[in-house]
Design a binder for this molecule. Structure first.
Ligand SMILES: C[S@@+](CC[C@H](N)C(=O)[O-])C[C@H]1O[C@@H](n2cnc3c(N)ncnc32)[C@H](O)[C@@H]1O
Length: 328
């Protein structure tokens, strides 16, 4: 097959990911597990992971299943991370990584039992041809699995342009994926749609780290951590030593729909609310998440109560957040 240049317009986002060694796809390992279970991975001898990124998925499968995995990616930098990952996970004997473009896979036809990719085709302009290539290298009776994003509703041209410019991705509408699937010739197709990845603001909290010492509240603070922010409580963070930061989130009640996840975003400045001093050199803070110094949120769950009038909701107030930070 003549090599065709992949018409990706902008690889900057992926270049940045390759540089720092991070790749991801929607749904994490749970999505990978579901996809591979639909592909009957437990019966596969050899699987091809196209656009393997930093090799997390390939190493995961090799560890979990009795299956050899070949990972391919268009980026040498990604492959270097993948090889490191395989070494660290001690699956080098079951995984092999090769440089390849999904538009021109360097394998004979009908080779693999399972061929899958996660968050790759969105970055490829010629999606029809990419899918044909995935099918070509899958053995008859084998499985092709895709975990890709789609637009549920037609986005505005500005939104499409913004996603394209920031990530290089060209995300299809559901109907476009459907048409691609239909003309692919694949039989017994299973399509599952998941929440659209939008995030909803739920609550927030803040703390001035230099005033982290806890005080007795002069009023009923419903059991929440209380800080005075008085000058007498000023206590700079000692360099190189962990300190505990405890603060509350604004009490709220929220029902998480099934399948949703919680995302916590931590910033070390809040320029909308506070004037942040400019320090030179800027201090570096590290958030500790080790077993010795775990950071955590206490969330009182109440599966039965959803109304603000319920007395049980008051327990939502007892929801402190403990972050362990130290300066370096
Ligand atoms: C968003 S990352 C996802 C990586 C991995 N599948 C994961 O789930 O972590 C997209 C990956 O696709 C690779 N990629 C992009 N275009 C490709 C192409 N034409 N052929 C092969 N890999 C490609 C990128 O280099 C990158 O590693």
């Amino acid at each position: 097959m003549a090599k065709q240049k992949n018409a990706q317009s902008d690889l900057k986002y992926l270049d940045m990911q390759a540089y720092v060694g991070i790749t991801k796809h929607n749904g994490g390992f749970a999505a990978t597990d579901e996809l591979l279970s639909l592909c009957h991975i437990e019966e596969a001898r050899e699987a091809l992971n196209v656009g393997c990124g930093i090799g997390v998925g390939s190493a995961y499968i090799a560890k979990k299943h009795n299956c050899r995995v070949v990972g391919v990616d268009i980026s040498e930098k990604m492959l270097a991370w993948s090889r490191l990952r395989a070494r660290e996970e001690r699956v080098e004997d079951k995984v092999e990584f090769r440089l390849a473009d999904v538009l021109d896979l360097p394998f004979e036809a009908d080779r693999f039992d399972v061929v899958f990719c996660e968050s790759v085709i969105a970055f490829v302009d010629d999606k029809r041809r990419a899918i044909q290539e995935l099918i070509r290298v899958t053995r008859p009776g084998g499985y092709v699995g895709l975990n890709e994003s789609l637009w549920f509703k037609e986005p505005s041209p500005e939104m499409v342009a913004r996603v394209r410019a920031s990530t290089g991705a060209d995300i299809p509408l559901a109907a476009t994926w459907q048409a691609l699937w239909e003309e692919s010739g694949l039989r017994d197709r299973v399509v599952r749609l998941y929440p659209n990845g939008n995030s909803t603001y739920i609550t927030e909290g803040n703390l001035r780290a230099s005033h982290r010492s806890l005080s007795e509240p002069p009023f009923d603070n419903v059991g929440l951590p209380y800080h005075t922010y008085f000058e007498s409580n000023l206590e700079p963070i000692p360099a190189g030593q962990p300190v505990e930061l405890v603060f509350d989130l604004l009490p709220t009640a929220y029902q998480f729909p099934k399948g949703n996840r919680m995302r916590v975003t931590i910033t070390f400045a809040d320029s909308d609310s506070f004037e942040t001093p400019r320090l030179d050199p800027a201090p570096q803070l590290r958030l500790l998440r080790t077993s010795n110094h775990p950071s955590f949120i206490e969330i009182p769950f109440d599966a039965t109560t959803h109304t603000l009038s319920s007395p049980k909701i008051a327990r939502m107030a007892d929801a402190p957040v403990h972050w362990l930070c130290y300066t370096v």
